[in-house]
Ligand binder design. Sequence first.
Ligand SMILES: Cc1cc2nc3c(=O)[nH]c(=O)nc-3n(C[C@H](O)[C@H](O)[C@H](O)COP(=O)(O)O)c2cc1C
Length: 184
Amino acid sequence: MTPDDLESLIHRRASGMTIDREASVDETVIARVVRAAVAAPNHRKTRPLRVAVLRGDARLRFGEAVADVMAARGEEKNRVDKTRGKYGRAPVVLVVAAAEGESGLETDENRYSVAAGIQNMLLMIESFGMTALWSSPTKGANTEMAAFCGFAETDHVLGVVYLGHSARPAPPRDRPDPTVNWID
Ligand SMILES: Cc1cc2nc3c(=O)[nH]c(=O)nc-3n(C[C@H](O)[C@H](O)[C@H](O)COP(=O)(O)O)c2cc1C
């Protein structure tokens, strides 16, 4: 791979929810996507990455678990009902969490590491010609999400990634240049 190839992959990647719900994703492809995340740097080799791969009915059961939390705290019925079915919008849902560190700093660093790992996964997904969207986990439902996924209670879910085959190509993204101060 040349730098041009890598640059093109990075800039081509786009988040998308126009995912074909019926087109399944090969298990070996999912495993390769997830494995890409372990190549992210992690300070002191803490190996903080935790991933659950939800397919089939598990996606709906996960939605039920999250929706029950929302209902218990009195959220609007419409939002609760929508949540029950929302993880069925992609054939694969990756729930990604970071382990707690031995200090506040280590916990922060673990989360940065897992976030970097998610980007590795998104690039791998793009390289397979598939699409994904990194969505925020529902606030206040970490305990239930972690329990559902078989994570430790102290693990922090920092992304729910919808994954599948794109139903239509994503429009090109307008990404302005960042603020960079060149200092010699
Ligand atoms: C931490 C994080 C949380 C996100 N949460 C959501 C979300 O809850 N819903 C959503 O539609 N997109 C979410 N996104 C995706 C961004 O909205 C998306 O990356 C953005 O629209 C830019 O599009 P692009 O990835 O195609 O450049 C999230 C992205 C990050 C990094």
